[in-house]
Design a protein around this ligand. Sequence first.
Ligand SMILES: N[C@@H](CC(=O)c1ccccc1NC=O)C(=O)O
Ligand SMILES: [Zn+2]
Ligand SMILES: [Zn+2]
Length: 208
Amino acid sequence: MENWIDISQVLHDKIPVWPGDTPFEYQVSWGMEESGSVNVGQVTMSTHTGTHIDAPFHFESDGKKVIDLDFQLYIGVALVIHVDKPASIGLKELEGINLSGVKRLLIRTDAWQDKTAFPESIPHIEPELAAYLSEQGVQLLGLDLPSVDPLDSKELNAHHELNNHGIHILEGLVLDQIEPGDYELAALPLPLEQGDGSPVRAVIRKMK
Ligand SMILES: N[C@@H](CC(=O)c1ccccc1NC=O)C(=O)O
Ligand SMILES: [Zn+2]
Ligand SMILES: [Zn+2]
């Protein structure tokens, strides 16, 4: 009994993407009939589709690309907390939660309920939170939202501040059914040499 729970969005042709971004598409480009032996598929997608990580190159031209990220960060103990549908996530929202020594923090907001559509607005991470999180030891921040900044933000202050404090970003998790507590997490990015982001298969297992 392994008890791993999938907290990833399913990738299918109707998965919502950032407005104006490349739609997700899977096609069998070389079918059984044609090839004589196999189906061979091709995937077209934005790197920010569904459950994914951001590399700093996403928002900084000289930032690290996916291949440069330490993959160890994406496997290990993580704390899940529940901050119910906040307007934004700052110090006040995390009051009373002990984050000391937490390296991977996953925040369940339940603010993106209908995952068949891209949300109209989302709670954002207050950029000032980055310093506090890094003081506590946080190096990976995961959310059940498509961004850590407001959807109309061009400055991407939370992305930058998190990166300035050595905190990496995991977005688009599915945490609706997940009770707060200590878990093991695995959410490995693909080894994309040029990637600004990467889809991940994110799974968690409750710590005994
Ligand atoms: N910051 C978002 C993605 C993002 O901003 C975005 C993704 C695809 C196409 C356009 C985007 N932003 C455009 O202003 C993210 O980190 O996933
Ligand atoms: Zn992203
Ligand atoms: Zn992002």
